[in-house]
Design a protein around this ligand. Structure first.
Ligand code: SF4
Length: 433
């Protein structure tokens, strides 16, 4: 989402009359778009801001700003830590970036905009029309913020309450992207599958998110739809059915399960149980047998006993994940988990992390083996940095494929025969265009 927020700010700035330059040295406005999910990221950003602040002393027309989660999390404290800072804008207010710069030009100092200070998603917003399209796959924000309260997560504090973007405005952006060569869109938000849940009524048993998927599916020229990140509790039958009803919806689900132990899920304040999660995953694989499933897992959450970890291990074995992002829990100031007793020693988290990583190497390889000698349609993204004669792209199951082909294939969907697999990628030869 941060990458996409940077693109949005660029669009707003260009429409406000600013220009993009090729290097930081040539810029007279530098904005650091920040992440707060780990404390380490904030320390790095402050260090970088302090370095950049030296330019303020030397250049009269140089403006320095911060956007993103750190702006909301630290607020006015940021100006104390970096006195040369000109502005700080929370994620929900980034659309006001052009206005903020104009206010600075008129002599205002140290401007701070928090989440909620401006309307995040205006019905008539057209800033997306200035998006610089660099890839055949594009991210489209449909919601921002989160109303959940997971014990380990700072996001509700930094991105604020959930807001959702009007359907028509999303449709206009997707139509614009497709008209400009985009073939795949990734619908994004903190919990995408809760999209509009409090604002838009269900229709024929279909949630607002499924209604949105169906609308987007009708756009001619759009080939693939993905979404990120969903919440396990939002996988109701209507969404599961969409995978068979909507051919453009790619057969890959990211399902952030976090733990296999009910006791830990409760402590994390996740709103589902192990049984519910297994049932949903079973239904997904029954509906699309080769469905690729990736997940997020946290090991070493406060109070995680051997038995809890064992349950995560068992669940991990049962599901055969295609991919997993396994995090060693680290306390994040400002979250309730940071104040919990029973913090797990780092050495134990590391051990558990290694156990799951080893297991993942086996399951990823086994899942990738399913594709050996098959033909896959690959959306070609770019040429390899190491060898420009090799192109790469993704299959509908989100498997990265490398294959030799001429550069003119970039942006197309091609048929590739898979001849070799590893744990993290497939290799093949071009079968036809
Ligand atoms: S649902 Fe996701 S974004 Fe929201 S609090 Fe939980 S982990 Fe954070």
């Amino acid at each position: 989402m941060n990458g996409h927020d940077s693109e949005l700010m660029e669009s707003v700035l260009i429409s406000s009359g600013f220009q993009r330059v090729d290097s930081e040295a040539a810029a007279n406005i530098v904005i650091l778009n920040t992440c707060s999910v780990r404390e380490q990221a904030e320390h790095k950003a402050i260090g970088r801001l302090q370095q950049l602040a030296r330019r303020k002393a030397l250049e009269k027309n140089f403006y320095l700003g911060v956007s993103g989660c750190m702006a909301q999390n630290l607020g006015l404290e940021l100006f104390r830590r970096v006195p040369a800072l000109d502005f700080a804008i929370a994620p929900g207010s980034i659309y006001a970036i052009g206005e903020v710069l104009k206010r600075l030009e008129h002599g205002e100092k140290q401007i701070f905009l928090a989440n909620g200070d401006i309307e995040t998603f205006a019905e008539d917003d057209t800033n997306f029309c200035r998006r610089k399209i660099t890839r055949v796959s594009a991210f489209v924000t449909i919601a921002n913020g989160c109303n959940m309260n997971c014990a380990y997560c700072i996001v509700p504090k930094t991105r604020g309450r959930e807001t959702c973007r009007p359907i028509n405005n999303i449709m206009h952006e997707v139509q614009f992207l497709v008209a400009n060569g985009v073939k795949e869109i990734i619908l994004g938000g903190q919990i995408v599958n809760f999209y509009g849940i409090r604002k838009i009524p269900f229709e024929n048993g279909k949630s607002p998110f499924v209604q949105l998927l169906e609308k987007i599916h009708t756009i001619d020229g759009l080939e693939r739809i993905r979404f990120l990140s969903p919440h396990p509790s939002g996988f109701r039958d209507d969404l599961i059915r969409s995978y068979s009803d909507l051919p453009k919806l790619c057969p890959h689900v990211h399902f952030p399960i976090q733990s296999g132990s009910d006791r830990i899920l409760r402590a994390m304040r996740r709103s589902y149980t192990r049984r519910m999660a297994l049932e949903i995953l079973g239904n997904l694989r029954r509906s699309i047998p080769a469905m690729a499933i990736s997940t997020d897992l946290i090991v070493g959450f406060p109070g995680e006993m051997e038995e809890d970890f064992h349950q995560t291990e068992q669940l991990f074995n049962e599901i055969d994940f295609d991919m997993a992002f396994i995090f060693k829990y680290s306390p994040r100031a400002g979250t309730s988990a940071a104040a919990m007793g029973n913090q797990i020693p780092k050495i134990i988290s590391e051990e558990r992390n290694q156990i799951l990583l080893k297991r993942l190497a086996v399951t990823s390889l086994r899942r990738n083996q399913l594709f050996l000698n098959s033909h896959q349609s690959v959306l070609v993204e770019a040429s390899s940095a190491k060898d420009p004669r090799i192109l790469w792209g993704y299959t509908p199951h989100h498997k990265k494929v490398f294959f030799p082909a001429p550069e003119k294939m970039i942006g197309k969907i091609v048929d590739v025969k898979i001849t070799r697999i590893t744990t993290c990628a497939l290799t093949g030869t071009l079968a036809s265009e």
